[in-house]
Design a protein around this ligand. Structure first.
Ligand SMILES: NC(=O)c1ccc[n+]([C@@H]2O[C@H](COP(=O)([O-])OP(=O)(O)OC[C@H]3O[C@@H](n4cnc5c(N)ncnc54)[C@H](O)[C@@H]3O)[C@@H](O)[C@H]2O)c1
Length: 443
């Protein structure tokens, strides 16, 4: 089948590469000329395990191509996926300018029936807006060409995006049009083989499903962070509490890890956008506001612990940061807790020596050259001459370090563990002062 995808970011590129891998002819269109030039050469602008091989396969087979030529893009595919960014506006609402632009493009150039698929995370009612936009463009041209708009939100996780797309736990299709459902059922058939994962629903329910799912996940994290903070006040250990809680199958062990706050391109903006949508609909959604507030505070938690330990004086001190990406297996630093922490440390006059297995280029791009940031080649290098280690992202490589060697590299054997990777008792015996999240301080 022929597929066009607007937006070659985390979602668009993975969608395009996976659809071409199973035999479709995919044309990915983006407004970013530099990105398209890189992709045409098989260079992947993001870190995503397994994606480079799929893109190369697609290029080699001629089934995957990239363009900035929008007329060509619209002419190519029966399916026109919109996978552009929907960043937060100043008031927290989802900024739909890129979605509208893509819809306008389709309306400007389409000659035959097209199925327009909203894959971006968009507020309830956006399919109607896309439909209006396309209709307006067709009217301007004085033509009447049939098209349909369907909601097909994406649930992939950065770091496991290819795997998630290839083996989805659900494929949500929001449309009332049976013909469109059948077309999408055919397109998704290769990813829907051992049991039916295709969930058909009306457009609005599909749009809300994506936000509700992300808001639920964010709620789990903020809830656990709130319990961790309470555990600290009460002298309990949240890691013991977590294990006790998760044993209840109604709660379970997934996604109940306390930490230094959630980040990334989705949870923060989606929780805000859903709260905004609720307000617009005349509902206040107090739980969503609390989830967001708890997370903001949690992202400052490590800094407060550091400041307290060093008795308020961080000026001239140096901190080793392990982990810059908002989570492991990605280079994405959008809304990452590492950024809140580094910016607070700099504000307090401290220096940062940072290491991340994937996000070094991204950190360089975001912060450029500055005297208070050293991007280090290895985790050990980051420790050299630092007054403490702060673990911000739970990459595997940080899980079992050589603690003995660390004591020789650090100025002081102090660890602030924002992901509760280490055993406080073991570290105490190894001579470290250890601070976790929601655990009694032991030194
Ligand atoms: N990143 C994730 O893990 C994830 C997961 C599920 C859903 N989503 C949602 O998918 C959408 C895309 O997210 P992303 O992380 O891939 O974004 P991204 O910022 O990585 O990529 C968006 C791309 O769209 C391009 N673009 C903007 N306007 C365009 C236009 N008019 N025509 C063609 N291309 C255009 C940009 O240049 C950019 O390359 C968002 O709504 C996001 O919430 C993201």
């Amino acid at each position: 089948m022929k597929v066009t995808i607007f937006g070659s970011g985390y979602v668009g590129l993975v969608t395009g590469a996976c659809l071409s891998e199973v035999g479709n002819h995919v044309l990915c269109a983006d407004v970013d000329q530099h990105k398209i030039d890189m992709l045409k050469q098989g260079e992947i602008p993001i870190y995503e395990p397994g994606l480079d091989t799929l893109v190369q396969n697609g290029l080699d087979s001629g089934r995957l191509a990239f363009t900035t030529d929008m007329a060509k893009a619209v002419a190519h595919g029966l399916f026109q996926f919109i996978a552009v960014g929907t960043p937060p506006d100043e008031d927290g609402s989802a900024d739909l300018q890129h979605v509208r632009a893509a819809a306008r493009t389709v309306g400007q150039y389409m000659q035959d029936f097209r199925v327009i698929i909203n894959k971006s995370t968009v507020p309830v009612g956006t399919a109607d807006k896309v439909r209006e936009t396309v209709t307006t463009e067709l009217a301007k041209r004085g033509v009447d060409i049939p098209f349909d708009v369907v909601s097909n939100p994406e649930f992939l996780k950065e770091g496991a995006a290819v795997e998630d797309f290839m083996r989805p736990d659900r494929i949500v299709i929001g449309t009332n049009n049976l013909r469109t459902t059948e077309l999408l059922r055919t397109l998704y058939a290769p990813f829907n083989r051992n049991r039916n994962r295709l969930l058909e629903m009306d457009v609005r329910s599909a749009e809300l499903t994506k936000y509700a799912a992300n808001a639920m996940l964010a709620t789990k994290i903020s809830f656990m962070n709130e319990m961790a903070n309470l555990a600290e006040c009460l002298g309990a250990d949240i890691e013991k509490v977590r294990i006790g809680m998760g044993a209840d199958p109604r709660i379970g062990y997934h996604f109940i890890y306390p930490g230094c706050g959630y980040g990334g391109s989705c949870f923060p903006k989606d929780v805000k956008a859903l709260a905004y949508t609720a307000r617009e609909a005349g509902y206040q959604a107090p739980l969503l506001s609390a989830v967001e507030t708890v997370n903001q505070t949690q992202k400052e938690r490590l800094f407060h612990k550091i400041r307290e330990h060093f008795k308020g004086d961080l000026s001239g001190r140096t901190f080793a940061l392990w982990g810059l990406a908002f989570k492991p297996k990605t280079d994405d630093m959008r809304e990452a807790p590492s950024r809140t922490l580094m910016e607070a440390l700099w504000q307090a006059g401290a220096q940062v020596r940072a290491y991340d297995p994937a996000a070094m280029n991204e950190a360089q791009r975001l912060y450029g050259e500055r005297s208070d940031l050293r991007l280090c080649a290895t985790p050990e290098d980051a420790l050299t001459g630092a007054d403490a280690l702060v673990v911000v992202t739970e990459w595997n490589i940080f899980r079992s370090p050589d603690f003995e060697k660390m004591t020789t590299l650090l100025n002081n054997p102090v660890i602030f563990d924002g992901r509760n990777l280490y055993d406080p008792g073991y570290l105490a015996r190894a001579g470290f002062v250890y601070y976790g999240i929601g655990r009694p301080a032991r030194s």
